[in-house]
Design a protein around this ligand. Structure first.
Ligand code: SAM
Length: 326
């Protein structure tokens, strides 16, 4: 079992399958982003080795992310391999959904449980502005394909950006009236080289809630007031689905964090918003033993920071978000 020095049992690993992405969301990465060459990324067998190693240390939940995980070659085989790793109970994915109309069924057949799909706007022109070139319809078709394939309950991630999609929060929340989906509003976090943009255009959960309630009526707290992952849950009257508010900036949920992150280049990070990281891939490639790697992981987990340092003005700038995967 992996515990940190505050007694938190760390059992949830997010693995970035690649830093490459088929979109260029404004708040996530620069427009002229260059990606790592493939040989710097974990190879398929290395990903499966790490899944096995972490599971032997008590990690039982894995979320695959990116970059964009669905652009990773052999993604279906990788999912199948992780799903069949002893000790892993649940494999999920965060994706922009662009390729799900082709991949949802094969991924579900490979054992993927659920997907979180990012969709910041229902307006095709606004969607293109935020993603720099994406087609909203591709994502919409992806969401329907995921639902059809049984990758449910569908969760939709919305990052709200002032001057872009802030006027759409009620329309996005309204999706939960007709669909049994969770629409999750995420506060934009300052990160990487885009911090001026991110700090300037953040919209808080309270502002989003106020706007949703002014159009759609009052929100009732759900999930007995407990966090669902990192989201605080509410629902609209008569809705089939619910709303999640991920308030990483104004109401951090660090004390409940049980996550570790493995970047596409094999670096272990214990906090999304801190710069400390430990390289696991280089020692693996240089021949470290399984025992040595286990010790490295357990020591790193032990040192997991209590929380992020945004309130003290500490912003991680060594990596962009797409490098780690959210
Ligand atoms: N490509 C996939 C996707 O679009 O979901 C997975 C990677 S993406 C980095 C994971 C999540 O991080 C997405 O929901 C994205 O909207 C969110 N994200 C990216 N940059 C962010 C930021 N600065 N603040 C908050 N969320 C961010």
């Amino acid at each position: 079992m992996a515990f940190d020095r505050f007694g938190r049992k760390i059992q949830y690993l997010r693995i970035s399958l690649t830093d490459h992405c088929n979109l260029r969301c404004l708040y996530c990465m620069p427009g002229d982003m260059t990606f790592r060459p493939n040989d710097e990324l974990m190879q398929d067998d290395e990903i499966l080795f790490f899944a096995n190693l972490f599971s032997s240390l008590g990690f039982n939940k894995i979320r695959l992310t990116g970059g964009e995980p669905t652009v990773r070659e052999n993604v279906v085989e990788i999912v199948h391999g992780i799903v069949h790793t002893p000790g892993i109970d649940q494999v999920t994915m965060t994706t922009n959904g662009v390729l799900l109309s082709q991949l949802a069924k094969p991924l579900a057949d490979a054992g993927l449980k659920r997907v979180n799909i990012s969709l910041d706007s229902l307006d095709p022109a606004q969607f293109k502005r935020l993603t720099r070139w994406g087609e909203m319809q591709d994502v919409w078709k992806g969401i329907l394909a995921a639902e059809m394939a049984g990758l449910t309950p569908i969760k939709i991630n919305v990052v709200v950006v002032a001057g872009y999609n802030e006027s759409e929060v009620a329309s996005l929340a309204h999706l939960t009236i007709q669909h049994p989906w969770q629409v999750r509003f995420i506060e934009m976090m300052p990160f990487g080289g885009d911090t001026d943009f991110q700090l300037d255009k953040v919209i808080t959960s309270d502002q989003i809630k106020e706007q949703v309630e002014s159009v759609l009526g009052s929100l009732t707290p759900g999930n007995e007031g407990k966090l669902d992952g990192e989201a605080r849950i509410y629902h609209l009257s008569g809705a089939k689905g619910n709303l999640g508010f991920i308030s990483s900036v104004t109401q951090p949920f660090c004390s409940d964090c049980t996550r570790a992150r493995l970047t596409a280049d094999g670096i272990l990070q214990m906090c999304l918003l801190r710069e400390q990281e430990i390289d696991l891939l280089t020692p693996l490639r240089k021949g470290s033993s399984r025992l040595e790697l286990e010790k490295l992981i357990l020591d790193t987990v032990w040192q997991k920071p209590w929380g992020h340092g945004l309130e003290e003005g500490q912003i991680a700038t060594n990596r962009v978000m797409s490098d780690i995967g959210g």
